[in-house]
Design a protein. Sequence first.
Length: 178
Amino acid sequence: MVQVNYVNRQRFEDAPTFPEYLDTVEKNREMWLGVYKRVRLPEEVVAEASRMRGGWHLVALSEDWCGDAINTLPVISRLADEAGWDMRVFGRDDNPDLMDSHLTNGQSRSIPVVIVYDEDFNEVGWWGPRPDEIQSWVMDEGLSMSSPERYKEIRRWYAKDRGRATLSEILGIVGAAA
């Protein structure tokens, strides 16, 4: 299968950085800003990320209404900042070519999705829409709950996890490619 490269330097640089994206957020604005302000990265995570040499570029597919994006993208953005990586945010609905090539289980336009590119904009991996542990729970036990109850449990999980699973999984992708 031939891999199509959907993002080049120009398309990447034309997209907003995470702080620029935050300036445009309308839905759940206080939640986005609150999570972003509270993110604290463990020193060992920053050290590990900083050792991963290469000009890493992260593309996040998001929409401002997405609760999973609210809980993960601020964490990933802080990691990118601390490690010297470049991260940009693309709207899911405005970028169907990217979204449709990174579907959850090959069928769902679930977000967020974070696509990792090397310095030459070759895709090396992608992550999403949520950490493996909570995604497995959602696809199993969570499906038997009503949406409000399921999302309550998801929010509880994110609050307890504090971004650790997300950080580990993103570092795994970059580390495998480094």
